[in-house]
Design a protein around this ligand. Structure first.
Ligand code: 7PM
Length: 310
């Protein structure tokens, strides 16, 4: 999967080109989640107005989010699709004002080519597409612009993905899919420096598949583009805690500590962008994990950073 040098891309430097800006990923960064859907599982109905959504975006930026991910289409298992008109109406006013006010990268969580084009015109610098630019017209919309793009793996579609996930070898198949989508983007004319990849924890995956992907993250990082990981408040966290003997089931808002543990492990295994609801806490966790990950790669550099003996 990763050693076939005749087909794979040369390693790209840890940066992301976002519509004329260069985001350094030398140290891992946090992407804060801003849902502008009425039905999101953990923020449901909390940001009904543009003003409230903008206030939350500002707060996440102040807490250290390098990227704000704004989504108007729920990708929760079993969610109903939303019309283009409704998705544009939810997302664009927030994107416009966030891009004008914040220095953080404004990212739009969408698979819709029309929203991709309109988002860039409104100031967005990145697209997060859980369908990895597979909708007709998506590659063209992205190739016509300069935004960064996150390519995520999902088996099936949100309506049915958790019904019967099946893999021969999850790590192999996710790696092959992401490599193929990177090639499709490159062939469409999207520069390698604009891409990042994401195994899509929980998207058509059972616990054992999620664990295989977490264990093999370093191999996915070798595909080339920087690795983005989203585990924040996911059921994976609650399932692992239950397996590890936690007495009570954890509701989404009770999954922070578990989410930070998984985010830290992901960074130690090469993740460069961590998508999270709880920005301040996640920034601290990935700072430490990032320092130790750099330490593992170049021991002397990180030792210098600890010269005060702490
Ligand atoms: C219900 C279930 C609601 C799951 C929301 C979710 C990712 C993502 C999401 C991810 C990237 C959530 C997910 N997860 N985009 N969008 N990677 N790139 O927990 O893991 O936020 S939606």
């Amino acid at each position: 999967m990763t050693k076939d040098t005749s087909q794979s891309e040369p390693p790209v430097p840890p940066v992301l080109h976002c519509a004329g800006r260069v985001l350094s990923l030398e140290r891992p960064v946090v992407m804060g989640i801003l849902n502008v859907t009425p039905d999101s599982f953990s923020d449901g109905g909390r940001y009904p107005t543009v003003d409230l959504a903008l206030a939350r975006a500002e707060q996440m930026a102040a807490e250290g989010a390098a990227i704000i991910d704004i989504g108007g289409e729920s990708t929760r298992p079993g969610a109903a699709p939303v019309s283009t008109e409704e998705e544009l109406r939810r997302v664009l006013p927030v994107v416009e004002r966030a891009a004008a006010r914040l220095s953080a990268i404004v990212c739009v969580d969408t698979s819709n080519p029309e929203l991709m084009r309109r988002a860039e015109a409104s100031g967005a610098a990145m697209i997060n597409d859980v369908r990895a630019a597979r909708r007709p017209g998506a590659l063209e919309a992205l190739a016509d612009g300069r935004m960064a793009l996150c390519l995520m793996h999902m088996q099936g579609d949100p309506a049915s993905m958790q019904l019967e996930p099946h893999y021969r070898d999850a790590l192999q198949e996710v790696g092959e899919f992401l490599g193929a989508r990177v090639r499709a983007c490159r062939e469409a004319g999207i520069a390698a420096e604009r891409l990042c990849i994401d195994p899509g924890f929980g998207f058509g995956k059972l616990l054992r598949h999620n664990l295989q992907l977490l264990a093999g993250l370093a191999r996915l990082a070798q595909i080339g583009p920087p690795l983005l990981v989203g585990v924040s408040r996911k059921s994976l966290v609650a399932t692992l805690l239950a397996q590890a003997g936690a007495a009570a089931g954890r509701a989404p808002h009770e999954r922070l500590a578990g989410s930070l543990a998984l985010a830290s492990i992901a960074v130690l295994r090469g993740a460069r962008i961590v998508r999270a609801h709880d920005v301040a806490a996640t920034v601290d966790a990935v700072r430490i994990a990032g320092l130790l990950a750099a330490d593992a790669a170049a021991p002397r550099a990180a030792a210098g950073a600890c010269a005060d003996g702490g």
